[in-house]
Design a protein around this ligand. Structure first.
Ligand code: SF4
Length: 465
C-alpha cells in the first residue's frame, strides 16, 4: 500500500493552528505524510472556528470544493473537527454530504480510527457518517505535535475560558479554564530549547488566568514566566493577555533583562465604561490605560482587539473608544464589527441594533486612526539596531522578513540560510507596513563573498512598499 497523505485546513486563532499541529502529529504517528495540496491528499481535515461570523457557511462552501476533488478521487475522505464539530456534531452530515467523519476537540487522537471506520463504510457504498464528539474533558489532551516550524514553537498553557464576556462564544465551545501543570510546560519548553528552537509562544485564551483552576496559590502566570526565564531559549512570547487578570508581577518581568519578549496583545474591546460593563469585561478604561502605561514604560509594544457596533454602543460611546485609541497609542489593533453569536449572553440579552453601515463607518474611522498611529510608532524605530528572528522570505526575491522582540515585522536583504537565525538589523525606514533595515550582524554573509564579516560589505536596504 502506498503512503497515505493528509491535508489540514485551519480557521481561527493561533491556538487552532497549534491544534492542527497536534492533528498532523497524530496522523504522522499513524504513518501518514503531509500533502502539499488537497488534490494530492487521501484525507482532508477541517479544523474549524466559531469565533467570527458565518463559520458554518465557510465550512460548507469549502466542503463543496472537496466534493469536487472527490469526483476525481472517490477514496478521498473529509473529516471536520474544532469548535464547529464540537457544537454542531451530526448536524454537519446533513449540511454537507461530502463530510465523512466528525471529531470533537477531545477526540483528536482517535482520528486514525475514524478514518478507517469511514473508509470501511464508504467501501460498502454507504455514506461515511462516523462521529466521535466527547464532552470537553477536565485535562488538556496530550498530543504528538508535528510542528510547522523548526525554530518557533507554540506551547499551550491553558485551554478554555471561565470569563464569559457577553459577546464571546469561547467558553461554550472550548469549555471552562483548564491549566497545564507547570512541570509539564517547563519540561516541554526545556525539550524545545535542547532541540535548538529560538522562540516559544505560550498560548491561552487568557494567559493571565493561568493556574486559577489549579487551586495552588503558587501556580500563577507570573511564577510560570519567572521559571521560564531560567530556560536557555532566546525568546518567550505569550498571547493573549486580559486587562482584568494581568498582574503587577507579570508587568514587572518586563523591566528585567530576560528572555520575555516585549510584546503584549491585550484586548480592550471598547473605550466606554458603560459598554465594557455590558460586555462583562471586568475593568474600566482608566484601569486599562494604567496597565498600558506601565507596560509601555518598560518598552512593551501593546497591541489590542476592538469591537465596534456592540448593541449598546452609542455615538458617544464610540467617540470614547476613539479617544482611548488616541491615548493608548497601540502598536497595532485588530478591529471587528460586532456580530451576534448564538448561545452567548449578548445574543439573548440585546438586539443587534447598530445597522451594518454604521458599524462599517465606525470600523473605518478606527482603522484609519490606528494606521496613522502605527505609522508614527514605527517611524520612531528608525536608527535603532534591533534583534530580529528571521522567519522566511519576504515578498520580493532576495529579501527576508522577521520579527523584532516587540513583534514588529522587519524586511531586509539577505540569503535564505539566515531563516531561523537571530540577526541584528539597523532600521532605516518605518511605516504602517512595518520596518525596513539593513543587517549589521556578524551572522550575515553576502552570497559568494566568503566568510562572515562583522559588518556588511555594502549597504543593503529594504524598501517598504
Ligand atoms: S476572556 Fe472573554 S473574550 Fe476572551 S476568550 Fe474568555 S470569554 Fe472570550
Amino acid at each position: 500500500m502506498s503512503t497515505r497523505r493528509f491535508y489540514i485546513y485551519t480557521w481561527g486563532c493561533q491556538m487552532n493552528e497549534h491544534k492542527s499541529e497536534g492533528m498532523a502529529g497524530v496522523l504522522a504517528r499513524a504513518g501518514y505524510l503531509p500533502a502539499d495540496d488537497p488534490a494530492h491528499a487521501d484525507v482532508v481535515l477541517f479544523n474549524t472556528c466559531m469565533v467570527r461570523e458565518k463559520p458554518v457557511h465557510k465550512i460548507i462552501s469549502e466542503a463543496g470544493v472537496i466534493a469536487q476533488l472527490k469526483e476525481k478521487n472517490p477514496t478521498l475522505l473529509l473529516g471536520v473537527g474544532g469548535c464547529a464539530a464540537q457544537a454542531l456534531k451530526e448536524q454537519l452530515f446533513r449540511k454537507s454530504p461530502a463530510i465523512d467523519f466528525v471529531f470533537g476537540s477531545a477526540n483528536i487522537s482517535q482520528i486514525p480510527e475514524l478514518i478507517e471506520q469511514a473508509r470501511a463504510r464508504r467501501a460498502l457504498g454507504k455514506p461515511g457518517w462516523v462521529m466521535a464528539v466527547d464532552k470537553i474533558p477536565d485535562k488538556i489532551e496530550d498530543l504528538p505535535f508535528l510542528r510547522a516550524s523548526r525554530f518557533q514553537a507554540k506551547v499551550t498553557i491553558t485551554e478554555g475560558c471561565s470569563n464569559f464576556c457577553s459577546f464571546c462564544i469561547v467558553p461554550y465551545t472550548t469549555g471552562l479554564l483548564r491549566s497545564r501543570l507547570p512541570g509539564d510546560i517547563l519540561a516541554e519548553v526545556s525539550e524545545l530549547a535542547a532541540q535548538g528552537y529560538k522562540e516559544v509562544q505560550l498560548l491561552g485564551q487568557n494567559v493571565d488566568s493561568y493556574g486559577k483552576d489549579l487551586k495552588d496559590p503558587n501556580i500563577t502566570f507570573a511564577n510560570l514566566l519567572r521559571a521560564l526565564t531560567e530556560i536557555p531559549i532566546p525568546r518567550i512570547r505569550f498571547t493573549s493577555s486580559h486587562p482584568q487578570d494581568i498582574t503587577d508581577d507579570v508587568i514587572a518581568l518586563f523591566g528585567e533583562e530576560n528572555n520575555i519578549c516585549e510584546h503584549v496583545h491585550m484586548a480592550v474591546q471598547s473605550g466606554s465604561d458603560k459598554v465594557l460593563a455590558d460586555m462583562r469585561r471586568g475593568y474600566t478604561t482608566e484601569q486599562f490605560l494604567q496597565i498600558v502605561k506601565a507596560l509601555q514604560e518598560r518598552g512593551v509594544n501593546v497591541t489590542t482587539d476592538i469591537i465596534v457596533g456592540f448593541p449598546t454602543e452609542t455615538e458617544e460611546d464610540f467617540q470614547e473608544t476613539v479617544d482611548l485609541v488616541k491615548r493608548a497609542r497601540f502598536g497595532g489593533a485588530f478591529i471587528f464589527k460586532y456580530s451576534p453569536r448564538p448561545g452567548t449572553i449578548a445574543y439573548y440579552k440585546y438586539r443587534d441594533t447598530v445597522p451594518d453601515e454604521e458599524k462599517q463607518r465606525r470600523l473605518e474611522i478606527l482603522l484609519a486612526l490606528q494606521k496613522q498611529i502605527t505609522d508614527e510608532e514605527n517611524r520612531k524605530c528608525v536608527g535603532q539596531t534591533v534583534e530580529v528572528l528571521v522567519e522566511g522570505p519576504a515578498r520580493h526575491p532576495g529579501f527576508l522578513m522577521g520579527k523584532t522582540r516587540d513583534n514588529r515585522t522587519v524586511v531586509f536583504e539577505g540569503s535564505s540560510d539566515l531563516i531561523g537565525e537571530l540577526v541584528h538589523v539597523t532600521i532605516t525606514e518605518g511605516s504602517v507596513a512595518g520596518l525596513a533595515g539593513q543587517t549589521s550582524s556578524g551572522l550575515y554573509t553576502f552570497a559568494g563573498q566568503g566568510p562572515a564579516k562583522m559588518k556588511p560589505t555594502r549597504s543593503v536596504q529594504a524598501k517598504l512598499v
